[in-house]
Design a protein around this ligand. Structure first.
Ligand code: ARG
Length: 572
């Protein structure tokens, strides 16, 4: 274990427990005044009715810290300030350097985790609104994968329901061969919009469309074939976006609403058998506990509509049952925008009442705010429409290319690769580095800057370290002894040793902005180190140790970026 915080935590927890006669959280955190501080004496003192400083001293007296801690002091009302031994830091770093996993253990309790993300509606092009769920969901999938969980990516695409009536009729009107052109990637929206326009303007078309929905839901083979054509075309478009975006979603992860079609009737029967269904205006509804509208009336999820059709809610109930009972998942993450919070919480509550979501299984809504334009309003094209995701990605890469073009050291192919990584990385980084639940705004110049809180700065840190190795013609020795003689080396060591705790936190909370912030802090500590400690010009063991620090920094930056789904170029 190279995770300092948990090491200190374990040792102090044992000491505090000896004082209190029960388990106590020592409340260990990084400190301005020392390396770490432990604040556990304060709440414990209140509980035991003793002086906090006295408790701190008592705990410290019992703590087994000699191999880790150089000095321990009690300050203020009863904080314990700890300064670590340099040889302890060096030893931990040496172990981290030799470890493929950089000191990050795989989880002791692997789970099957379903991550429900991306999920665009079929036959509409993906727009900027799909960016966040796709990017955040992918970071979640990568992180939990790396921590050793069995991750099931579930792309709950909207591939079923009433819009397909009009889409299929429109397809028939155009003729399949002609439609093949209009349907092609990029023209999906036009296809959808002309169907929509006809539906609104032509009552006969609208009626045909409604009948077509019935034919679709009753499984008419000719209708299903046309439906499949539409879904396939749309999936092709999504996959093109995923490839460009560099996310780990592939064709095998499509598990849209249609997948649950055969499970809907059994789910309704099961809810009925449990006495959870009530009729309301001819529709069958569940009223999960704890949800009331403004008027104080209980709020429904409509599971079967008056016309016999099933809705979005019914599908979500079938999906949650499938995920816990068939897939045996114990952790369900729904990476969906904040406006759907209430819907999802109602689905979770219904599933709990039905016995489909019980310990150890739990469901979490991983919500997020909106993407705004530089003007602070919802991101829109000049014409005021939603911005197509593909266009947004192309623009990012083009803007990055304009910056990279100035670098005479790169050949044309490398420039194109770097522009792709920097442009796509900028988009992902701005998303993941902001507090998920808040809105954020696009500002191209800031996002693509090589300095400041950007993905490009982290990529640059990685490339710069690689350029040191190239210039020196060296391969760093990962088993070299670590020497931490200067304050900058020591500060960098402290940052590096924080990696494991940060990854564990991201895997538990899906708060990726803390991982992003950590990487920024690390890159900053590296810059300070590089400014004050010569590497290639140093000699012997000092040089080997500094090369190891450079190498470890590069590895942590690359691994951290990889968890965020961002690639790091060797040169840029
Ligand atoms: N297709 C939905 C939409 O575009 C998102 C689906 C989210 N996942 C879910 N299980 N409801 O709004």
């Amino acid at each position: 274990m190279t995770d300092l915080e948990s090491l200190l935590n374990d040792r102090l927890a044992a000491a505090f427990a000896a004082v209190a006669g029960e388990a106590v959280d020592p409340v260990v955190r990084r400190s301005q005044h020392a390396d770490f501080q432990a604040d556990g004496a304060l709440p414990l003192a209140r509980r035991l009715g003793r002086a906090p400083r006295e408790i701190a001293a008592d705990a410290l007296g019992r703590a087994d810290l000699a191999d880790l801690v150089a000095t321990a002091e009690i300050s203020g009302p009863g904080f314990i300030n700890l300064k670590l031994r340099d040889d302890a830091l060096a030893g931990l770093l040496a172990a981290m350097s030799r470890d493929e996993r950089l000191g990050v253990p795989t989880t002791a309790a692997p789970e099957t985790v379903v991550i429900d993300y991306s999920a665009p509606n079929v036959a509409k092009e993906m727009h900027a609104g799909h960016l966040r769920t796709t990017v955040i969901g992918d970071a979640a999938a990568r992180t939990l994968d790396w921590l050793g969980h069995d991750v099931r990516r579930a792309n709950h695409v909207g591939d079923w329901g009433t819009p397909f009536g009009m889409l299929i009729e429109h397809l028939l009107d155009l003729g399949e061969t002609d439609a093949a052109h209009d349907l092609s990637i990029g023209d999906l929206n036009a296809f959808y919009q002309s169907a929509r326009m006809k539906f609104d303007a032509d009552p006969a078309f609208a009626e045909r469309s409604r009948q077509r929905v019935v034919a679709l839901q009753s499984g008419d083979p000719a209708t299903l074939r046309l439906w499949r054509l539409l879904v396939d075309e749309s999936e092709k478009h999504c996959l093109a976006v995923y490839t460009k975006l560099g996310v780990t979603l592939t064709a095998e992860h499509f598990c849209g609403e249609s997948y649950y079609n055969d499970m809907l009737a059994p789910v309704v029967d099961a809810l009925d058998g449990l006495g959870l269904l009530r009729e309301s205006d001819g529709a069958l509804c569940v009223f999960p506990q704890g949800f009331t509208g403004r008027d104080g009336e209980p709020m429904p999820i409509i599971v079967r509509k008056r016309d016999g059709g099933y809705g979005y809610g019914a599908t979500d109930l079938a999906a949650i049952r499938h995920r816990t009972q068939d897939l045996k998942a114990t952790r369900l993450l729904y990476v969906v925008g904040s406006p759907q919070h209430q819907h999802l919480e109602m689905v979770f509550q219904t599933a709990r009442e039905a016995g489909w979501l019980s310990e150890p299984a739990r469901a979490v809504h991983v919500g997020f705010g909106q993407v705004l334009g530089a003007d602070g309003k919802k991101l829109a094209s000049r014409a005021g429409d939603a911005v197509m995701l593909m266009d947004l990605l192309d623009e990012a890469v083009a803007r990055a290319a304009a910056i990279v073009e100035n670098n005479p050291d790169l050949d044309a192919d490398t420039r194109a690769e770097v522009a792709r990584m920097v442009g796509i990385g900028a988009i992902k980084y701005v998303d993941l580095s902001s507090d998920r639940i808040k809105d954020y705004s696009f500002n191209w110049d800031r996002m693509l800057s090589f300095s400041g809180d950007t993905g490009a700065y982290l990529q640059y840190t990685y490339a710069r370290i690689n350029s040191i190795f190239r210039r020196g013609g060296v391969v760093p020795d990962r088993a070299a002894a670590v020497l931490l003689d200067s304050p900058a080396e020591r500060a960098l060591a402290m940052e590096l040793l924080g990696f494991a705790a940060v990854v564990a936190d991201a895997g538990a909370t899906m708060q990726f902005h803390r991982l992003a912030g950590y990487l920024q802090g690390l890159a900053g500590a590296y810059t300070a180190f590089y400014d004050s400690c010569p590497v290639l010009k140093a000699d012997g063991p000092v040089r080997a140790s500094r090369l190891l620090l450079c190498d470890l920094t590069a590895r942590v930056v690359a691994q951290g970026l990889d968890l965020l789904g961002i690639e790091a170029p060797e040169r840029m």
